[in-house]
Design a protein around this ligand. Structure first.
Ligand code: SAH
Length: 347
């Protein structure tokens, strides 16, 4: 059986062609598109102003993505909500909803599992299953918007998976998400986080999008980074920094560096010095995140004093750093923890 085309992953112009092929009036494409991407319909059945015969044709011809909520956990500390979703093939993905002063933010997954193998991350422990479709990335946001009844203003692709390892689908997702006929989220309110797939970073720079690129650094020497992140064996820090400089040059967008502080591993004075030297030539911002310990690995969070000292060292040298508030610590807030604990319980 060949799979039906995924209607929620189509751009409006593509949908228009499909609708023309069905010999339907072309304004139907826009109506359908708005039902999917503006009103976030869960099924064709909700599209009350469309003729039944037309809907039946669509049902026959296209598949329609609608993620099912399996579980919602709400933090009693800060109201952060973590969602576990089931995809149509039974795979599970997780997303996080956070409320900030400047608006609501959703952190979405881009793949089922992950190939990257970072030592401190729960998402990669069971390996990689498959890429998410654009519609499956969008639907995490749609389902959460419907559940909370509140508009999402920021999207971060920082959940499970390596977004630049699912490049085509990621770009299509961004196009749909920022489209004026859909949720119309500004590119500037979209952040994509990568562990540093250098060739894809160049490609992304050449797209000249106005999104923010976050780079997961976590170490300032090749030797140390290789121990934490297998991707460092493929690309050296020199190559990575060159790609970052190129990204800034092409897009004018300042890179955000993610640095998870692990006690005794990457949080010493020496580490801060090396990080300063590495980042000094760049126009950037550093997010310092006390590592979220996962039970499968023996990494401890840096204590408050070490985190403060680390930040001060950077700032003394003119590098902006923010200590990221931990959100949802009480609800398996770190990448991949909820999915993993749910699957472990069932097996
Ligand atoms: N693959 C992408 C995006 C997903 S991970 C990337 O590597 O950037 C999102 C961020 O969370 C990355 O910076 C990642 O290194 C970090 N992260 C993963 N597990 C973590 C943990 N247990 N504690 C703190 N940060 C973690």
């Amino acid at each position: 059986m060949t799979e039906k085309p995924d209607i929620k992953s189509m751009e409006l112009s593509e949908l228009q062609l499909q609708i023309n092929e069905l010999s339907e009036k072309s304004y139907r494409a826009k109506q359908l598109y708005e039902w999917m991407h503006k009103k976030m319909a869960r099924d064709y059945g909700e599209m009350t102003n469309l003729p039944k015969t037309f809907i039946e044709k669509c049902r026959e011809r296209f598949s329609y993505t609608a993620l099912q909520i399996v579980k919602v956990q709400e933090s009693k500390i800060d109201g952060t909500k973590k969602f576990l979703f089931a995809l149509s093939d039974g795979n599970l993905v997780e997303s996080v909803w956070m409320r900030y002063k400047h608006g609501n933010s959703v952190c979405i997954s881009s793949q089922v599992g992950c190939k990257m193998g970072c030592a401190f991350c729960a998402s990669t422990l069971d390996g990689w299953e498959r890429n998410l479709l654009p519609s499956e990335m969008l639907d995490q946001i749609y389902a959460i918007t419907l559940f909370t009844g509140e508009r999402v203003s920021n999207v971060v692709v920082m959940g499970t998976g390596e977004p630049l390892d699912n490049y085509e689908n990621l770009l299509r997702f961004i196009t749909l998400l920022t489209d004026e006929n859909g949720l119309h989220i500004s590119q500037r309110n979209v952040t994509v986080s990568t562990c540093g797939l250098v060739p894809r970073m160049y490609r992304l720079a050449d797209e000249r999008l106005q999104i923010t690129l976050a780079l997961s650094l976590h170490a300032a020497t090749d030797e140390k980074r290789k121990k934490l992140m297998p991707v460092a064996q493929r690309y050296s820090l020199d190559e990575l920094m060159e790609a970052c400089a190129y990204y800034f040059e092409k897009t004018g967008r300042r890179i955000t560096f993610e640095y998870s502080l692990i006690s005794g591993v990457n949080d010493t004075k020496e580490d801060a010095k090396e990080l300063t030297a590495l980042l000094k030539p760049l126009n950037c911002h550093v997010n310092l995140i006390p590592v979220n310990p996962i039970k499968e690995r023996n990494f401890a969070q840096s204590d408050k004093t070490a985190v403060e000292a680390f930040k001060n060292m950077l700032e003394k040298n003119g590098i902006n750093g923010t200590i990221r508030r931990e959100m949802g610590r009480d609800i398996d807030g770190a990448c991949g923890q909820l999915r993993k604990s749910h699957m472990d319980k069932q097996s």
